[in-house]
Write a protein that binds this ligand. Structure first.
Ligand SMILES: [Fe+2]
Ligand SMILES: [Fe+2]
Length: 147
């Protein structure tokens, strides 16, 4: 049996690995940097859509917590994450991979604690309020839209 925690943690790790690969590139790797960032951004945006459209509503329906509570905080952090993704994108288009240090650090900081909170609080809570069939249904839906 796969849990939401397992499924989503694997995706966090997969995205972290792509981002690390991007940060390890040198100044001459502009094209590779744009390709890796494209994979990272589309993967992270898809991950956020899974959370906001599918997983968070499960928690919100079960607990009645919507406008205040952990999912409201996560949705706010998603907006910050999207803004930083746009900054990195613009930097990569204009310059080279070694120039993304500042927004990349900002992203690592926000995303690191964000993912920890999801893995320690929110995903286990979603696993707790669902039965095996509901979890499997959510995982199937997410897998269908995975590349
Ligand atoms: Fe998230
Ligand atoms: Fe997440």
């Amino acid at each position: 049996m796969t849990t939401i925690l397992e499924f989503m943690s694997v995706d966090h790790d997969r995205l972290d690995n792509i981002f690390s690969e991007l940060l390890a590139l040198g100044a001459g790797d502009g094209e590779r940097a744009q390709a890796l960032f494209g994979d990272f951004r589309s993967g992270l945006e898809r991950h956020i859509v899974w959370e906001e459209d599918l997983l968070f509503p499960i928690f919100e329906r079960a607990t009645g917590m919507r406008d205040a509570g952990p999912t409201a905080v996560m949705r706010m952090e998603h907006r910050q994450i999207r803004e930083i993704l746009e900054q990195i994108d613009q930097t990569l288009r204009a310059e080279n991979p070694t120039a993304i240090g500042q927004p990349a650090n900002a992203l690592l900081e926000v995303l690191g604690s964000h993912n920890q909170k999801e893995e320690h609080i929110l995903y286990p809570a979603i696993d707790n309020v669902t039965d095996e069939q509901e979890r499997q249904q959510a995982i199937d839906q997410m897998s269908e839209t995975a590349s």
